[in-house]
Design a protein around this ligand. Structure first.
Ligand SMILES: Cc1cc2nc3c(=O)[nH]c(=O)nc-3n(C[C@H](O)[C@H](O)[C@H](O)COP(=O)(O)O)c2cc1C
Length: 208
């Protein structure tokens, strides 16, 4: 049974570094029983393989999530859309999609969202979130950043998006890359207004 039947969450993966943030976010949403609608850009596909290994193709993504994050991933549903399909459900405001995260978000896609270009499904679905005043979480990753890139983040923030840079914190004393990904995925779920237990709430001091 889905966490909120009939109301999906859209996730987009684009060609910026940080594939682990995307897989952790997907696994957490699925384990919580959400209906996830996934769209991956061409460079997002490449990123999955470059950073997680050649076997992590889009077609093998669900088996990878099950193996890495466990059987709870089966609690939700995963629907894959082509980035070229501007007729997909999430391209329309009438579709019951509760929010979207672009994780990670390349500077190219950031620019497309900032300027409302809707050149592909990632950009169109993000545009729909903004026009419908639904949560749009953008997880940009680049360093250093140029002035146009910084301005594009401001444009998106002014339009209502949450800018949630891929900047994991260290006060949780992470010891693995997965710890860092847990923190980012937790931040993303919180920004979408969703419950999670990916990191403990800050208690005022470091440690248990
Ligand atoms: C291995 C690799 C890593 C990349 N990392 C980044 C990155 O961290 N941030 C970024 O903005 N672009 C990065 N790029 C460049 C983008 O993938 C490129 O601009 C691409 O056109 C983005 O297209 P998309 O937004 O449709 O995925 C990277 C490319 C490759 C091949």
């Amino acid at each position: 049974m889905a966490a909120d039947a009939g109301r999906s969450v859209a996730i987009a993966i684009t060609g910026a570094s940080g594939a682990l943030y995307a897989t952790r976010t997907l696994a957490a949403l699925l384990a919580a029983g959400h209906e996830v609608e996934l769209v991956v850009s061409d460079y997002g596909r490449r990123l999955l393989r470059d950073e997680l290994g050649d076997r992590v193709t889009l077609e093998q993504l669900l088996p990878f999530l099950l193996e890495k994050y466990g059987p709870d991933v089966r609690s939700g549903s995963l629907t894959l859309h082509s980035n070229r399909d501007l007729g997909a459900t999430i391209a329309s405001g009438s579709h019951r999609c509760r929010g979207m995260a672009i994780v990670p978000c390349s500077m190219k896609t950031l620019a497309g969202v900032a300027h409302g270009l809707s050149r592909n499904l990632v950009e169109r679905a993000a545009d729909v979130m903004l026009k419908e005043r639904r949560p749009l979480v953008i997880v940009p990753r680049e360093t250093p950043m140029s002035l146009p890139q910084l301005r594009n983040m401001v444009l998106c923030a002014e339009a209502g998006a949450s800018i949630l840079p891929a900047m994991p914190a260290f006060y949780q004393r992470p010891t693995t890359l997965d710890d860092l990904a847990d923190f980012m995925a937790g931040k993303i779920l919180a920004a979408l207004g969703l419950e999670h237990q990916l990191y403990p709430a800050w208690t005022g001091h470091v440690g248990p």
